[in-house]
Design a binder for this molecule. Structure first.
Ligand code: NAP
Length: 489
């Protein structure tokens, strides 16, 4: 099998640290299978899964049959699956024990000139140990790359420390910090929409846009992640990375080219122009919530504090809504409302851009703004709400949607985010990965908010599972004469 020219990749070794973990089994290995199935991997690309569990490669493949296969059912093919499994090697290594890296030396040393990717899909506490381990074992070559899963630290100081440790082993050009939202087709389409169409640029600014809302709503509760989540909360888990990344892509200036450095330069500028939120301002501009018991999708949900692994008096937030502002000519005075939460009424990731209303309505109807709605999850849709005359005698305007449904528009299968990201790492394209300065700037904005919550002892407001969060979230946006999409006419 040889890759199609458009996608041809150099031979590679992908070392998956945490190869038996949830992320590897549910996302990373399926993503590589899909690329393999579509014949976009070179024949000599290997995937080396590393974890402590004592298993042979054959036993690991049986484990994949049990766990990974169910996630590739839509494109399962016996021959493709068998040849994909031929790419897999499993090594039982405790990454805290330097002597055990010798096994990797033996496997990777066979072909030292290949692209080598160290993918750290383990608990973040092990990241620096792995970097140190591969460096001491002499495994870091010029063609090596390291990919890291979020979260990168829990505050500015810890993020700086992790980045410093990484920098001792890898150059910035070798480091791929993952925010898987950036791998989603719709997020890339946001750039295509903004910078591939002349239409939007003149109106993409304060004169024409009244406010922007970004929602990442989950119906799932804390589930099995309680141990991690209770020490993290929604602000660190979702706002610091995914929500700020979406804001940045919406707000950035047109880059001079699609070159990774050009795109990252513009992203960093936006993060640095976020108006600082600290002290008492935080009380006015943010809402913290925590779900109590309720019903989601007709099923009873127990309160966050009653979940296994959560402290009974936990003050961790499972919901955040906030107003961000950008100090720039383009965005002065335009509020960016961000919200995210668990156990909410609906599951959706959605961006709503509210344009200004007509200055004076000649029709017998309230002045309602045009809206651009970009939905990333569960389906990928871009919708533009305009007004047209409804059918009939009367001159009555009705809202109609100009819809772009990507499934209908493009016949090609929609890739999952990790397919794109993994191939970009192997190709050496950093456009969709975060630069160290982005991480620093994002934490630099988030830290004072969390510190103010602590200083003023802002407790999370309870909200019933299955709702849209505490009423204070609606009040926050109503202060600016706006409403969340589900509250609008
Ligand atoms: P996980 O299920 O707990 O898996 C951890 C992996 O690390 C396992 O393969 C484990 O295997 C291995 N491991 C632990 N200690 C080790 C050691 N000393 N030596 C060698 N291997 C060791 O974690 P996960 O959910 O896959 O998450 C992995 C990373 O991705 C985390 O940083 C997480 O925050 C991030 N992430 C996960 C998701 C997700 O959906 N799961 C989403 C976004 C980000 P053994 O026990 O066999 O050693």
């Amino acid at each position: 099998m040889s890759p199609t020219k458009e996608f041809s990749l150099a031979p590679f070794d992908l070392v998956l640290f945490g190869g038996t973990g949830d992320l590897a089994m549910r996302k990373l290995l399926p993503a590589m299978y899909f690329r393999h199935y579509e014949e976009q991997l070179p024949d000599d690309g290997r995937i080396i899964c590393v974890a402590r569990s004592a298993m042979s490669t054959e036993e690991f493949k049986q484990e994949m049959e049990r766990t990974v296969r169910q996630h590739v059912e839509s494109m399962y093919d016996e021959t493709a699956w068998a040849s994909f499994c031929d790419r897999i090697l499993y090594l039982s290594i405790d990454i805290t024990d330097q002597a055990q890296y010798q096994q990797l030396v033996e496997v990777l040393g066979e072909v030292p000139d290949r692209v080598r990717v160290f993918y750290l899909s383990t608990a973040p506490g092990l990241f620096s140990r792995i970097c140190d381990g591969v460096a001491k074992a002499g495994l870091v070559t010029e063609n090596s790359r390291v990919a890291l899963e979020k979260p990168l630290g829990r505050d500015l100081a810890s993020a700086v420390a992790i980045n410093d440790e990484l920098a001792e082993v890898f150059t910035e050009a070798q480091i791929y910090r993952i925010d898987h939202y950036l791998g989603k087709e719709t997020v890339q389409n946001l750039m295509a929409l903004r910078f591939g169409n002349y239409l939007f640029e003149p109106i993409w600014r304060r004169e024409h846009i009244s406010d922007i809302q970004i929602t990442i709503a989950e119906q799932l509760g804390v589930e099995s992640r309680a141990g991690y989540y209770d020490h993290t909360g929604a602000m660190r888990d979702m706002v610091q990375n995914h929500l700020l990344q979406l804001l940045v892509i919406l707000a950035m200036e047109p880059p001079v080219s699609i070159h990774p450095d050009a795109v990252r330069d513009e992203k960093i500028k936006i993060l640095r122009s976020l108006k600082p939120l600290s002290g008492r301002d935080v009380l006015d501009s943010t809402v913290r919530g925590q779900y109590s018991d309720g019903t989601v999708n007709g099923k009873p949900v127990i309160a966050y504090r009653d979940s296994d692994g959560v402290a009974p008096n936990s003050f961790t937030e499972t919901f955040v809504a906030l107003k961000a502002e950008i100090d720039s000519w383009r965005w002065q005075g335009v509020p960016f409302f961000l919200r995210t939460g668990k156990s909410l009424q609906d599951r959706r990731t959605e961006i709503v851009i509210n344009f200004r209303s007509v200055p004076h309505s000649i029709f017998d109807m309230p002045r309602v703004p045009n809206r651009l709605i970009i939905r990333l999850q569960p389906e990928e849709i871009i919708k533009f709400q305009i007004f047209a005359k409804g059918r009939g005698d009367e001159m009555r305007l009705q809202s109609v949607d100009l819809d772009l449904d990507f499934n209908q528009a493009f016949k090609k299968r929609q890739m999952i985010a990790y397919e794109r990201l993994l191939l970009d790492i192997i190709r050496g394209n950093q456009t969709l990965f975060n630069h160290r300065d982005e991480v620093t700037a994002a934490w630099g904005w988030i830290d004072p908010i969390i510190q103010s919550w602590e200083q003023y002892q802002v407790e999370p407001i309870p909200y019933a599972a299955g709702t849209w969060g505490p009423p204070a979230s609606s009040a926050l946006i109503a202060k600016h004469n706006c409403g969340w999409l589900e509250e609008c006419p």
